[in-house]
Ligand binder design. Structure first.
Ligand SMILES: [Zn+2]
Length: 388
């Protein structure tokens, strides 16, 4: 019993779970307590020649919990030189230490991983379950991949949707038109997974923290942020290009601050524009002609220039999220008549998700998200229209 608890019910060599038949799926007890120093000094008892009192040979410290296959192998004549007493003691110690560590990570440190895998300009990136697990472990969290979707965690795979890739020979208007059906499908896919799988986990009380990894076209990431539950604490992750990794790099120094200014001061009627110059800078002449007469805000970093890898710290993303939240809140008082906000985003992907999270359809204007297609900004997705 003590050996089973110390071992977490898993084989110390291959980590197989030993309380369930892998073929039948039935609850079965398949573990075996193998002797490290053999049961007796008899020559036929594997590693029996090692000095140890008969009493201690049967003690839990001399037993290692194994699956039947591994038990047979460590006791096989032809492998005794590989499975020495020293080696098996180290395997047992490492396994039992790890079980103790992992089970010691309380519920409050677990996080449910949500991954959205799309591509941008035909490019996809590595966003495996392992890459995500590594990133959350680096900040002291323990990744949970919900049981019923255990193999992948919560995953939305947009890479097989037809129309993901824009034809480079198209002009902006036809690229926007051909994006429409893609967006319809992708929005439904994201909404389905989040509203069903994630919501269900939250309602069952098993999801208490969420970690979001998204690689997709920006409007979809804003939408993703808007359908995430805001009652559960959520961390958004960013892919870092220099390291090709989702783990926040160990950056020192203070977080980047962001500011909002009024770039074109005309009264806000029912529409306005916000240009988000964060990962890059959108020049004034790139603002679509139909929007040039509108009141225009700009969000940009303080004391440094825009850059694709500007968000090198979680704190910088939080700082940008706070700025965006403050901006939307200021509109409630400053621009009461505002109904639609045209968003021109030059944003890192994590910031697009964060923008969606800050938006509340009941109090904020509807967001019209633009995207750079064939060299021009065109409206591709509307996010957060208040329910009538
Ligand atoms: Zn095993």
């Amino acid at each position: 019993m003590e050996l089973w608890v110390r071992s977490g019910g898993r084989c110390a060599l291959c980590n197989t779970y030993l309380l369930e038949g892998p073929l039948s799926g039935r609850p079965l007890s398949l573990g075996e307590a193998a002797h490290i120093v053999g049961q007796s000094t008899d020559a036929r008892s594997p590693r029996g020649g090692h000095a140890l009192s008969p009493v201690l040979r049967g003690n839990v410290d001399n037993l290692i919990l194994l699956c039947p296959r591994d038990h047979a192998e460590i006791d096989a004549q032809g492998a005794l030189d590989v499975f020495t007493v020293e080696r098996l003691r180290r395997v047992k110690q490492d396994h039992e230490d790890r079980i103790r560590h992992v089970t010691g990570l309380g519920q409050d440190r677990t996080t449910t991983v949500v991954r959205v895998l799309g591509s941008v300009h035909g490019q996809a990136v590595e966003l495996s379950q392992d890459a995500a697990a590594l990133a959350v472990t680096a900040v002291g969290r323990f990744p949970r991949f919900l049981n019923s979707y255990a193999r992948h965690g919560i995953e939305v795979d947009l890479q097989r949707i037809l129309g993901e890739f824009c034809d480079p020979s198209q002009d902006a208007q036809s690229a926007a038109a051909s994006s429409r059906s893609y967006y319809e499908y992708a929005v439904r896919a994201i909404g389905d997974v989040l509203r069903h799988q994630l919501r269900e986990g939250i309602e069952r009380g098993v999801v208490q923290h969420v970690s979001v990894f998204g690689f997709a076209r920006l409007p979809l990431l804003v939408y993703l942020g808007s359908v995430l539950d805001d009652t559960v604490p959520t961390d958004v992750y960013q892919r870092h290009r220099p390291e090709q990794s989702w783990t926040w790099p160990a950056e020192t120094g203070s977080a980047t601050a962001f500011t909002v200014c009024v770039d074109q001061d005309v009264p806000a009627d029912d529409e306005a524009v916000v240009v988000m110059n964060v990962s890059g800078t959108i020049a004034r002449h790139e603002v679509p002609a139909a929007l040039t007469a509108l009141r225009r805000y700009e969000i940009s970093p303080v004391g440094r220039s825009t850059h694709p890898d500007i968000l090198r710290q979680q704190a910088s993303l939080q700082s940008l999220e706070t700025t965006m939240r403050g901006f939307l809140a200021s509109l409630e008082t400053e621009a009461k008549t505002l109904r639609r906000l045209h968003v021109l985003p030059a944003l890192p992907m994590s910031a697009a998700v964060a923008l969606g999270r800050t938006h509340h359809p009941q109090v904020h204007p509807e967001l019209v998200i633009y995207e750079r297609l064939a060299g021009r900004y065109v409206a591709t997705l509307e996010v957060g229209r208040a329910a009538p």
